[in-house]
Design a protein around this ligand. Sequence first.
Ligand SMILES: C[S@@+](CC[C@H](N)C(=O)[O-])C[C@H]1O[C@@H](n2cnc3c(N)ncnc32)[C@H](O)[C@@H]1O
Length: 185
Amino acid sequence: MSRPLPARMSLGDCRIYHSVDMVDRHYSEPSLAELYDAFCAGRPDFSFYLPRVMSAERVLDVGCGTGELLRLAREAGHTGRLCGLDPAAAMLQVARRRTDIEWFLGDLASVAWDRAFDLIVMTGHAFQVFIEDDQLRASLTAIRSILAEHGRFIFETRNPLVRAWEGWTPKARGSRSCATVRPCG
Ligand SMILES: C[S@@+](CC[C@H](N)C(=O)[O-])C[C@H]1O[C@@H](n2cnc3c(N)ncnc32)[C@H](O)[C@@H]1O
């Protein structure tokens, strides 16, 4: 991707960074963002992430979307710092209904936290937004710089050998009903 990187900003400035042009329409369109949590209900991946979030004091969710994981952590009694970062304003608009979590509009190029987090996560295949090698290197470098000395970064990507996309057709799903659609699956 060849978009110009924004200047790095301080913690406070992150909230006003707008980069809607970089995100897919299903994240930047408010009416679609409103549907996101309903389509993702009952997802199994949070049973992996949630215990790890609960045992970390300061957590950053990169590409947090509507912020469901951090909301679950707060509801489960997490008392530490929970921050969500996402470049899609529409997704964050949903997330911001929860006011006891810090939400930041932007991407990794727009933040300047120094060793601030014990755990950084990228869930729901968010890591796959990084496509080019230089994007991956820049993102991993940024993550390292904001991770505490013994902090951890946890993410997942699809295994291409599974060829999951072959099941993403109405025929393979056996129905055209949107009830069978799993945007996060
Ligand atoms: C599939 S959603 C996952 C959302 C959430 N992590 C979850 O598990 O439900 C991918 C998210 O990545 C965000 N995103 C897109 N480009 C990004 C970037 N360069 N850096 C961080 N997040 C990005 C999108 O706005 C979207 O909210």
